[in-house]
Structures are given as structure tokens and as C-alpha cells.
Write a protein that binds this ligand. Sequence first.
Ligand SMILES: [Mg+2]
Ligand SMILES: [Zn+2]
Length: 209
Amino acid sequence: MTAGPGQGAGAIFLDRDGVITANVLNPATGEFEAAHALEDFAVLPGAVEALLRFDRAGWPLFLVSNQPDAALGKAGIETIQEIHARMMAHLAPAGIRFVEAYYCYHHPKGHVAPFAGPCACRKPSPHFLLKARDAHGVDLSKSWMIGDRETDIACGRAAGARTIRVGEATDTAAEACVPDLAAAADRILSRPPDQRPGKRPPRPRPAAA
Ligand SMILES: [Mg+2]
Ligand SMILES: [Zn+2]
């Protein structure tokens, strides 16, 4: 079972589409986007194992996702919620859960009530990271935001978290760019134990007599 964050501990904040679940080509726009239909839902290879490694290392996991398709009329809110349910059903057997799954359903150019219009929570706003700090005592300076778009990186940076971009990026403000979530886990989990969540820095050793 995924641990909740201890007061003052760091956490891993994860974008969903392109990090945990696969983006799919939307023929209408020619762009890779979040799955709009249940049959397009797929968890990326290696994602469950990477989440499990974070969990075993004691990192609390938070999901932070923009899902504007209902606001834009591309999908019903029921479909969006069902895709979330399927993802959680996929992760549950491994014992993975999120402390919170934060979703922004809004879009500034949306036309479908009640999600149309600007909001405070859509990334790159750091809204949900600040909420995790306030609600769960997360220390954002010890935390990481992992995403596949620059809006994810801007969100993490605005919150004072460290950032990793996954996928291909030639120009990013992220601290690192790696191919996928497994590589992001490699990078974060290879850090010294004193930089992991909830661990105190080691005492300086007494000088040898
Ligand atoms: Mg994404
Ligand atoms: Zn929002």
C-alpha cells in the first residue's frame, strides 16, 4: 500500500498522459492527445514497475492531470472518469494508489458547462502542488514533478519542485529529460539515501582518532 506523506516529506507528482498512460493520435488534429475513448486507453510499458519502485522507496505519489476534453466537447465526463477508473484498476493489483489524483477538467476555450472557462487549477498553474503541500504537509522543495510537456515542467518549477521531462524534448527547462518513467525512476532513486523522502541527513562522522 502506498504510504501517505509524512509531514515535511517530499513526494512524486506525476502527469498522466504520456507518462503513465499512452497518448493516442487524434486524426482530427494530427496530434498525440489523451485517449478520448475507452478502447484507446493503455498503460505505457514499464510504468507500473516504475511506480512500484517509487512506492517501495517510500515516495508518496500524486497524480496531477489536465483533462479538458469534456470542456472542449471531445469526450463525455463519464468517459474521462471511466478512463481514470480503468487506470486505477490496472494499478491496484500492484498495490499502487495515489495519495490524491488531482484533475483539472477545465479549459479556457471550453464551451461545455460546467467546465468551460478559465480556472485556477490547470497546469502550468502550481495549484494542485500547493494544495498537496497545504493538505498533506508535502515539502515541495524535496519533491519532483514528472511530465511530458513543458506545462508540466513550468507547474513543477512554479511550485519550487524539481522537474524531469519524459519523452523527446530538445528545449526544456526541466532538470533532466529522459525517455520514460522507468528512466525517471532510475534517476531519482539513484540519489543518496539522505535525499530521499522522510530521511534525515546523516550525522557527520566523528574524526578518526
Ligand atoms: Mg502529458
Ligand atoms: Zn482547472
